[in-house]
Design a protein around this ligand. Structure first.
Ligand code: NAD
Length: 247
């Protein structure tokens, strides 16, 4: 068991839960930060019954104060934090011409303000320590515009990729790297819940490799970018999309 500590937002389910499991399996102490606190507690207890190496933290990524409280709580619990994975995200299917100001703000808040606040709070803390890793989970939609019913989500994810570069440049000289991972459609519950089966077949047929992406692989990439050796990978957007978008 190493003494490295990671905080993963949106870790109660989906990709965040897979990422949290991977870091834990690889010797990290893991904080599962989510608004779905009961589910986060359940997973934390499964990973570490005595909470020695995994804990749940109630955190709303739209609130900077929640990131600050989580940072302080983790320093109190485990002495330090080494890695932030900004994973929490959400969207609503709305045709671009019909998105209301409220819907736009909500999706921007969860997918973009979250990255700003996470990078501000943990970026500053990591810079003060002289070491740290931030991995922002973006999306293919942030690169290619996504679909006409997800403009707010695509705009937010595009912004997350841009913020990744800004923070990467700002923090690089102080031992902190910031990278984005940009997945295409993954084989995760949310995809099966939100896309009707016949439409999903069409989506899969459009992916050059002919199948949905693996959340495990995204988690492995996050783990790699979080390592101390990854100091030269900085400010990049790592594409994991089966060839849907090549640049
Ligand atoms: N699933 C995919 O195919 C896919 C593809 C590309 C990118 N992504 C990105 O991966 C990330 C995870 O997606 P997922 O598919 O696991 O989604 P999911 O809906 O299954 O899980 C999202 C998690 O985030 C939490 N969450 C939502 N709002 C929050 C908030 N305000 N504060 C804290 N936690 C909050 C939820 O409770 C949930 O546990 C997102 O950023 C998403 O945009 C997913």
């Amino acid at each position: 068991m190493s003494n490295r500590v990671v905080i993963v937002t949106g870790a109660a389910r989906g990709l965040g839960a897979v990422v949290a499991r991977h870091f834990h399996c690889n010797g990290y102490k893991v904080a599962l930060a989510d608004i779905a606190i009961d589910a986060a507690h359940t997973l934390a207890a499964e990973l570490s019954a005595d909470q020695e190496t995994a804990c749940a933290i109630e955190l709303d990524v739209t609130r900077k104060a929640d990131f600050e409280a989580a940072r302080d709580a983790l320093i109190g619990r485990w002495g330090h934090v080494d890695v932030l994975v900004n994973n929490a995200g959400a969207s609503k299917v709305v045709p671009v011409m019909e998105i209301t100001a409220e819907q736009f703000d909500q999706v921007i808040d969860i997918n973009l303000r979250s990255v700003l606040f996470g990078c501000q709070v943990f970026g500053q803390y990591f810079a003060d320590r002289g070491a740290g890793r931030i991995v922002n989970i973006a999306s293919l939609a942030g690169q290619n515009g996504g679909s006409a019913t997800g403009a707010h989500y695509a705009a937010a994810k595009g912004g997350a990729i841009t913020l990744t570069k800004v923070f990467a440049r700002d923090l690089a000289a102080r031992g902190v790297t910031v990278n984005a991972i940009s997945p295409g459609p993954l084989d995760l519950p949310i995809v099966h819940e939100s896309v009707p089966a016949d439409k999903l077949d069409t989506v899969i047929a459009s992916i050059p490799v002919g199948r949905l992406g693996s959340a495990d692989y995204v988690a492995q990439m996050a783990l790699l970018l979080a390592s101390g050796d990854a100091y030269f990978a900085n400010g990049a957007c790592w594409d994991v999309n089966g060839g849907l978008y090549m640049r």
